[in-house]
Design a binder for this molecule. Structure first.
Ligand SMILES: Cc1cc2nc3c(=O)[nH]c(=O)nc-3n(C[C@H](O)[C@H](O)[C@H](O)COP(=O)(O)OP(=O)(O)OC[C@H]3O[C@@H](n4cnc5c(N)ncnc54)[C@H](O)[C@@H]3O)c2cc1C
Length: 422
């Protein structure tokens, strides 16, 4: 089967949804996603989204991002992120996303590495609130066709130009033939034993980039989150958001003593916990919520409910925490318009590496990066989609690919069958 479109967006996290929504409404867009629309790490985000608080906050926000990233960041990318952050939050509000408010203005919280309260949030379920707003909006767009349970298996290229993707949909291989392809497939967390990520988000975008020689950057650079909930069961680790520490929770060792400033950047706190675990010969350390000077059930309802459901009362006892894989910093190398080294192929969100995070991501800068660079990719496509390109005959191109697309589809089916036999 073959479907033609202007743009195919692979992945329905915040990056993919924002990009699809920002593209002109007369484009024929196909948005494919491996599971259901909601099944993304974006949906799991708890803490919030960083935003510059006016021009006077510019230097401080840039400096916090660079400090957390050990000054290995791409400074240009950081400036873009910070300067376009207020516009990014305005776009989310325009799409119907709701954030917590205080006296008719946005409410702000703080997380590790931020020297100011500059994070907008929705209780402790910011990701769910953002995703619900965006999903509702995307479903109203008649030019965006959504294919759930549709898995990208490969990209199709000719002369280092992308011609679309091969996807498995409804148990059939389908060639989605597009003028532009946007990879928004998230990070690599699903490949790790201890991770806060959904297991199905496991580096598929990076996989196809490797197959086709698309340039990657800093691919071994992974962020470990200091405080995932320690449980005996195997599987996705439940996150105890950094904003819990931002609001005053303290990390304790086995003897009940503090050993680290909880608001240091994530890599510093994770390292300190690992070292303390070694000394204590323990599988975890502890987080004390009782030092928070707020009603924790009101501020962190989702986290408190999860803990109570498994028999831990954070108002009365310490919570066991362990560092876990949380974020893929490295990824597909992109420029400031999200272009990859392959023509017509874009990468946005966690699958991409804009250089914004350096060697360690500052808390709540990831959803922001998804919005800022999702918007930039859409704008770049729009600016370059000439009449000549619009009128390109996709059918002719598809048949002139080496061995034509039908052979490529056949090859993928054979590979799939062979992997089942093994
Ligand atoms: C528990 C948790 C809490 C977090 N909290 C925060 C926070 O408070 N603030 C913050 O800024 N960041 C936070 N992060 C990080 C942030 O959520 C992610 O970095 C961000 O959501 C990534 O968005 P994305 O759109 O790039 O990818 P994702 O949201 O991960 O979405 C990837 C999409 O690609 C699809 N996909 C993958 N492979 C394929 C394929 N082969 N074919 C088709 N579709 C495919 C997936 O199904 C999914 O729809 C958190 C992360 C986790 C795990």
């Amino acid at each position: 089967m073959k479907i033609d479109c202007d743009v195919v967006v692979v992945g329905s996290g915040v990056a993919g949804l924002v990009c699809a929504l920002e593209l002109p409404e007369d484009y024929n867009i196909i948005l494919i996603t491996k599971k259901n629309l909601e099944d993304s790490n974006s949906y799991l985000a708890q803490g919030g989204i960083s935003v510059r608080r006016g021009e006077k906050d510019r230097e401080s926000f840039i400096n916090d991002t660079l400090t957390a990233g050990h000054f290995k960041n791409n400074k240009k990318a950081v400036e873009i992120l910070v300067d376009e952050s207020e516009d990014a939050v305005q776009s989310l509000l325009k799409y119907g996303v709701e954030f917590n408010m205080k006296d008719d203005s946005l409410a702000y919280t703080r997380e590790g590495g931020h020297s100011k309260f500059r994070i907008v949030y929705h209780n402790d379920i910011t990701g769910r609130a953002v995703m619900e707003g965006l999903i509702k909006k995307v479903k109203t767009r008649r030019n965006i066709r959504i294919l759930e349970e549709c898995e990208m298996k490969d990209i199709v290229e000719m002369d280092n130009s992308s011609l679309g993707v091969i996807a498995k949909y409804d148990n059939k291989y389908t060639f989605i033939n597009s003028k532009y392809t946007v990879l928004a497939t998230g990070g690599t967390g699903g490949l790790y034993g201890n991770s806060t990520s959904f297991p199905h988000i496991k580096g598929d975008g990076i996989g196809v980039a490797i197959t086709h020689g698309v340039k990657l950057k800093d691919i071994s650079n992974i962020q470990i989150h200091p405080t995932s909930l320690y449980e005996e069961k195997i599987g996705r680790r439940f996150l105890i958001s950094e904003s819990v520490r931002g609001e005053g929770a303290k990390i304790l060792n086995y003897h009940g003593n503090r050993f680290i400033d909880e608001l240091k950047p994530r890599d510093v706190v994770s390292k300190a916990i690992f070292e303390e675990m070694k000394k204590d010969n323990s599988k975890h350390e502890w987080l004390n919520f009782r030092t928070i000077d707020k009603d924790i059930n009101a501020r962190f309802p989702n986290i408190c409910k999860y803990l109570m459901d498994i028999g831990i009362d954070p108002k009365k006892e310490n919570v066991p925490v362990v560092p876990a894989h949380h974020y893929t910093i490295g990824g597909i190398d992109v420029d400031m318009n999200a272009r990859t080294s392959m023509n017509n192929l874009y990468a946005i969100g966690e699958v991409a590496n804009t250089g914004v995070h350096g060697t360690n991501r500052l808390a709540s800068n990831s959803l922001l990066e998804c919005v800022v660079f999702g918007k930039r990719a859409a704008k770049d496509i729009k600016n370059n989609y000439t009449e000549e390109k619009k009128n390109l005959d996709l059918d002719n191109l598809a048949y002139s690919i080496d061995g034509n697309y039908e052979d490529i589809v056949k090859k993928r089916i054979e590979e799939d069958e062979n992997s089942k036999v093994k």
